[in-house]
Design a binder for this molecule. Structure first.
Ligand SMILES: C[S@@+](CC[C@H](N)C(=O)[O-])C[C@H]1O[C@@H](n2cnc3c(N)ncnc32)[C@H](O)[C@@H]1O
Length: 251
């Protein structure tokens, strides 16, 4: 794996997983046919794991919230949506979508213990050099009985091939955004959550193939992707590439 991603941005050459890539790509976040398209699809699947709030003033903390792509999928569920992210340009967009933006690192979140009814960590653990510290923070933020929802990329050869060597050549994933050395083994994630009082269940997830192929073909033809049905992320038996996890913090 090369250390740099020569086509990671249109502006400059940055190392793999350098967070400044998100600044260079800030105009892409909310484009349904942009390089973050797949994040929209995954956000929808993540939100489907979040039940409606069971009390007034319920708080959902969205770790590595980016530009707040989860927000539309939480509408009507009754949460105050607080997003934590390193990237200010993304947070500004999240705020414009109703997210209370907190600039910070997911390994040291400036929020109180037990403040959250739900903590979401979507597509962020695989970008954090110390993902265990991020998991510890996620669990610290959860109130007893609160729900943790995560999705990330597994630390497997197949994941490197699919998410990096293939995925980053497709128009749905920015080139150079991943450093596969940071990918997260699903069994290690389950063990780490258990250490912090959350019994995590995991399942594989993937784009529905017909939807994905149709979307890509339309994209190649230059038709607006909005004309195509948004590909759905569906559960799959294998956790070897993309997987979701969810679990409740013990009281
Ligand atoms: C792939 S994006 C996912 C964004 C969002 N969760 C979504 O699914 O649309 C990863 C996000 O994590 C943020 N990020 C990466 N490392 C971080 C860290 N240590 N602390 C906070 N945010 C981080 C990046 O700035 C970026 O916005």
């Amino acid at each position: 794996m090369r250390d740099v991603a020569p086509q990671s941005t249109r502006h400059r050459v940055l190392p793999r997983n350098d967070p400044r890539q998100y600044d260079d790509l800030s105009g892409e976040w909310w484009r349904p046919d942009g390089v973050f398209a797949m994040l929209h699809w995954i956000a929808e699947a993540r939100a489907s794991l979040v039940p409606p709030a069971d009390r007034p003033d319920a708080l959902l903390v969205d770790l590595g919230c980016g530009a707040g792509l989860l927000a539309p999928h939480l509408a009507g569920k009754g949460y105050r949506h607080v997003g934590v992210d390193l990237t200010r340009s993304a947070l500004a967009q999240a705020a414009a979508h109703g997210v209370t933006a907190v600039n910070g690192d997911v390994t040291a979140v400036p929020l109180a213990d037990g403040c959250a009814d739900v903590v979401s960590a979507g597509e962020v653990l695989e970008h954090v050099p110390d993902w265990r510290a991020a998991v510890a923070e996620a669990c610290r933020l959860l109130r007893p009985g609160g729900l943790l929802v995560v999705d990330t990329l597994n630390d497997t050869v197949l994941s490197r091939v699919v998410a990096v060597h293939i995925g980053e050549r497709l128009p749905t994933v920015p080139r150079g955004i991943h450093d596969p050395r940071l990918f997260v083994d699903d069994r290690e994630l389950v063990a780490e959550c258990a250490r912090h009082g959350v019994e995590l269940r995991v399942r594989g997830a993937r784009p529905e193939l017909r939807g994905l192929i149709g979307w890509l073909l339309r994209r190649v033809r230059g038709a607006a992707a909005t004309e195509a049905r948004t590909p759905r992320i569906v559960p799959t038996r294998s956790t070897a590439v993309l997987y979701q996890g969810w679990g409740v913090r013990k009281g």
